[in-house]
Design a protein around this ligand. Structure first.
Ligand SMILES: Cc1ncc(COP(=O)(O)O)c(C=O)c1O
Length: 382
């Protein structure tokens, strides 16, 4: 019996990649693989995304992840979405051909003052169009572009970029505001200079913002980036299936409490399954009683608190034995396909979307995916 493992479906990843191409046929793809490829395994995902030049570049937030990719022989362009943090990192960026995003005056000065770089850097220039997290003000754009063009440490024209704060909610007023700001900054840049404004939600909801480069992350991993549609409706396939074994079953009587804090008390006699996964594996401790788990294609509710290494599900009258596989999210290849809850897009296997589980734990799919702990085994399948 195995404890917890993540099955990563590279065929699903390729399918989602093809969906990005279908939705944004005129844009180059900057595949976002930060945070261990959203928990899917940095090097394996980067290899799969870069084979046959499927993506034109990879995007990361941390230099250490970029260096891991270079050490693994990944040679495609790599963009550092927060740029560099200190001047001493610049020689490393030049030597490893990493492309920083410039978003502050300080970074620009470090770049202007650097000497002895092995090669000039290709850079991206981030403008704050209203998210107010990273980026220079639109009024600073012309001056920054001029200084970057004049800087010997910069190769070619900077690629203009900005990020949308609310693209997951199509009708949010912030979208109209940011679109107007983006239109105004585009009007200030020469048509020959390239631009990028779209993460997954933006490229789906606002095709007019796809521009020269799209920057999909979440949708590559098969989760829905938009509030109104689930992954199946967007024709995205879950890439990660998180599994664990049922390691024990026990019958309890009505009125008996289960787990830490005696938090949940059974109303009737029932059978419990103890599943070998907990918050020590990255499964969210805040998943409420009622959060679904799939076993043999059927949904069972978690009951009681999730503990570090285990959680319990209410199996009712079902005859499930220790050794069965529980699917915490993803595709269940279990035996009972008669209770198939899938759409035509999910290969007629039962599916539990990570977004659904996230809602039960008051969080988002991003957090669940990138929180998978190191002790979880990974297997890569086609
Ligand atoms: C600048 C930037 N672009 C693209 C992405 C990818 O976003 P998503 O995973 O929503 O597609 C991120 C993710 O946080 C980001 O920070």
């Amino acid at each position: 019996m195995r404890s917890a493992w993540a099955r990563i479906d590279l065929g699903g990843l390729r399918h989602n990649m093809a969906r990005v191409k279908q939705l944004a046929p005129h844009s180059r793809i900057l595949g976002i693989v930060k945070a261990n490829a959203y928990g899917h395994g940095l090097v394996e995902i980067a290899r799969a995304l870069t084979e046959h030049d499927s993506v034109a570049a990879l995007g990361l937030a941390r230099i250490n992840e970029a260096l891991r990719l270079r050490q693994a022989g990944i040679s495609c362009p790599i963009v550092l979405l927060e740029g560099f943090f200190d001047a001493h990192e610049l020689p490393l960026l030049a030597a490893s051909q990493l492309q920083p995003v410039i978003h502050t005056e300080q970074q620009l000065q470090m770049l202007e003052r650097a000497s002895g770089l092995s090669a000039p850097l290709k850079v991206w220039l981030k403008v704050d169009s209203g998210m107010h997290r990273l980026g220079i003000a639109p009024q600073q754009l012309a001056a920054f572009q001029q200084r970057l063009r004049a800087c010997d440490n910069v190769a070619g024209e900077p690629i203009l970029m900005s990020h949308m704060a609310c693209a997951d909610e199509r009708g949010h007023a912030q979208n109209t505001h940011q679109q107007a700001v983006i239109a105004s900054i585009r009007a200030l840049t020469p048509p020959s200079s390239l631009a990028s404004f779209a993460n997954s939600a933006t490229l789906i909801q606002f095709p007019e913002l796809q521009a020269d480069w799209v920057r999909p992350g979440l949708m590559l991993y098969g989760a829905s980036p938009v509030a109104e549609k689930n992954a199946a409706e967007l024709d995205l396939k879950p890439v990660m299936t998180l599994c664990a074994s049922v390691i024990a079953t026990r019958d309890i009587k009505a009125g008996e409490a289960v787990g830490y804090g005696a938090h949940w008390v059974s109303r009737q006699a029932t059978r419990l399954g103890v599943v070998a996964i907990g918050y020590g594996d990255g499964y969210p401790r805040h998943a409420r009683t009622g959060t679904p788990v799939l076993i043999n294609g059927k949904r069972y509710p978690i009951v009681g608190r999730v503990s570090m290494d285990m959680l319990t599900v209410d199996l009712g009258d079902d005859d499930i034995e220790a050794g069965a596989t529980a699917v915490l999210w993803g595709l269940d290849r279990g035996l009972d396909t008669s209770r198939d809850e899938t759409s035509e897009h999910s290969d007629s296997r039962a599916v539990l979307h990570v977004e659904e589980v996230a809602a039960f734990a008051d969080t988002i799919a991003y957090e669940l995916l990138c929180n998978i702990a190191q002790r979880v085994d990974y297997e890569y399948v086609e």
